[in-house]
Design a protein around this ligand. Sequence first.
Ligand code: CP
Length: 313
Amino acid sequence: MKFKRKDVLGLEELTAEEITLILDTAEPMKEIMSRDIKKVPTLRGRSVITLFYEPSTRTRSSFELAAKYLGADTSSIAIATSSVQKGESLRDTARTLEAMAADVIIIRHSAAGAPHLLARWVKARVINAGDGAHEHPTQALLDMFTIREKKGGFKGLKVAILGDITHSRVARSNIWGLTKMGAEVRVVGPATLIPPEIERLGVKAYYDWEEGLKDVDVINVLRIQLERQKKGLFPSIREYTKLYGLDQQKLQVAKPDVLVLHPGPVNRGIEISPDVQDGPHAVINEQVTNGVAVRMALLYLLMAGGEKDELSA
Ligand code: CP
């Protein structure tokens, strides 16, 4: 199957077949990462620009490494020291990058829909690296790659997404992707952090952790965005940790071989206890490794269409 899209903006629009193609393509990419010389010439001569209007450690550096491992040239626009500070609009920044013949632009923006606008304005391929509370497709794809690698598939798998669902682009992309692949997805958290209409996306909402985590195969723990507490969406960090922080006691109600994911960055000891974060169920560092493989797969599929077979070079 050939990947025919110009851009990757969200999992809402990807089909189950396209998601499977991306995950399948990430497998040989992970093998490349395990080599002493982690470099193939597949995307030699292609240019990848990262344009991040919000902070990032994992997503930006893994896209840059992914591009370099495939032989592409990379450039990173740091917004704090860019002409955005002089008032340049997103549209004019887009025109500037287009004029430099960028092949792929990877954008993170606080405004939902910014990557979609950029994709309309430029001929370059655009990948959404997180837009507001809307979508973070590559995070969900790496989460799904990790789940598939550990559990063998998605059909019938019970996956709980725990925490602040309302403000989470990671939650929304995971819901779109996992439900398409046949998993049973539930969201677990305080009523103030779960949008009432969420069940329309085919998930079940639980406000009680014991019911929500019972017999699940996977728990994806979301970062608590600490600024939300100031808005009164939960009474105190301490109370949140007591009621919804994933600790050994809460882990006991899940399946014995439950997998614990977290997209990072982690508020250690708040949404997850240190012994669970560092314990045998957690795959947080493996998610980071898989993030590079999945992003290599996307760059390869977007630029080479999945037709070239130069990966063994
Ligand atoms: N998970 C994630 O998006 O992390 P960064 O903010 O570090 O990119």
